[in-house]
Ligand binder design. Structure first.
Ligand SMILES: NC(=O)c1ccc[n+]([C@@H]2O[C@H](COP(=O)([O-])OP(=O)(O)OC[C@H]3O[C@@H](n4cnc5c(N)ncnc54)[C@H](O)[C@@H]3O)[C@@H](O)[C@H]2O)c1
Length: 344
């Protein structure tokens, strides 16, 4: 049995989910001859110690403590602004790193880090879990098989049911960087094409604190791809019907929809139509439960050298470029060209 010590930094919303997922994956990983131990650290030490105890994980009072104790890989699930320094700590210790999206608060902060990762031949996977979701994978397969034909338009939707804390919003970089970046990533990944221009609008009809924090609660981006294809990406913090993540791809031969099933957060008003009849997802954690687990398994395989990096920092920064352009368009009210990310 091979032992792998994974060091999780940050046990807030998403970090706790990764910790729970890793725990439930352990039997499956053991069948593959892997004994995976979870090590945990967080600046909120008392809380993290309790989480670690509850999961039978080892608690460390610092990242350096985990590194000194011989951790095999790092999982970074702390707030966005802390990502660059923690990625740096991982690559300086020659450790493979999984880091939640985004790489940094903005692209300007990410670019020097990309150079450092390249210079150190660092192994860094970024957390865009939709790449592991069965629906997005099937849409990509059908597109590549030619079943959809050429795309005339796409509509991406990301609707959170409730806003996160105002404290989180203030440090999130804005709705496009925090939420729509997942749509920007998946649109690039599915089509294999770059988004070259963004025109954005936003509104604030919910908690006035969101506007006071410099953000919008709802936003729409009109996206133009390098071949002229158009798409929209809409995000909101107030989708009362449930957590709604969908993508419609309409082509010359067929239309496919990701996220349309019995649990979709929408109601038909047509006579006799009961679909979708299920209870809608409430959170991103429920909606992408399987995808988050598959993402974690992929990281472990990447650590072991069994697969390529499924989401490189260069790829993630390319999506962040679109988010930055959208934030800029929101600010200026004008369309903004998306600058390309230098090749890795
Ligand atoms: N992939 C996704 O679907 C997804 C979903 C939610 C959040 N995220 C990303 O995950 C990150 C965390 O989001 P969250 O909602 O879990 O935030 P959160 O505020 O709930 O949790 C962050 C945790 O990190 C800890 N922390 C902060 N700085 C630290 C440091 N330097 N060292 C150790 N611990 C530290 C905090 O004490 C807290 O417990 C964000 O970057 C966010 O963009 C991704």
């Amino acid at each position: 049995m091979k032992t792998l010590n994974l060091g999780l930094i940050g046990v807030g919303r998403i970090g706790t989910m990764h910790a729970n997922n890793l725990n439930t994956l352990r039997p499956q990983l053991a069948e593959r001859g892997l004994d995976v131990n979870l090590w945990i650290t967080d600046v909120a030490a008392d809380y993290a110690r309790t989480v670690a105890e509850g999961l039978g994980a080892n608690f460390f009072d610092s990242v350096q403590g985990m590194i000194d104790a011989g951790v095999d890989a790092l999982l970074i699930a702390t707030g966005t602004m802390t990502h660059p320094d923690l990625i740096r700590a991982g690559i300086a210790a020659n450790l493979p790193v999984f880091c939640e999206k985004p790489v940094a608060g903005d692209v300007e902060a990410a670019l020097p880090l990309l150079e450092e990762i390249a210079a150190a031949s660092g192994r860094v996977q970024i957390g865009h879990q939709r790449r592991f979701d069965a629906g997005y994978l099937e849409a990509k397969r059908r597109l590549e098989a030619g079943d959809i034909g050429w795309i005339h338009s796409m509509r991406a939707i990301t609707g959170d049911m409730f806003p996160p804390s105002l404290e989180f919003i203030a440090s999130s970089g804005g709705l496009f960087r925090d939420c729509s970046v997942h749509d920007f990533d998946i649109l690039r990944w599915i089509t294999g094409k770059e988004i070259v221009e963004v025109y954005a609008k936003g509104s604030n009809n919910g908690d006035p604190g969101i506007g006071a924090a410099g953000d919008v609660d709802t936003a729409l981006a009109v996206l133009t791809f390098e071949d002229g294809t158009v798409a929209t990406a809409i995000a909101t913090r107030y989708n009362g019907a449930g957590h709604d993540v969908r993508l419609e791809i309409q082509g010359s031969k067929d239309t496919v929809v990701v996220g349309l099933d019995e649990k979709s957060a929408l109601r038909s008003v047509e006579q006799g139509v009961a679909f979708p009849a299920g209870t809608a997802h409430q959170t991103f954690i429920e909606r992408f439960d399987d995808a988050y687990r598959a993402e974690l398994v992929a990281f472990i395989e990447y650590v072991l050298g069994e697969r390529d990096n499924p989401c490189s920092p260069w790829d993630a920064v390319a999506a962040s470029r679109v988010a930055d352009a959208a934030q800029e368009s929101l600010r200026t009210g004008a369309p903004v060209s998306v600058a390309m990310v230098p090749a890795s």
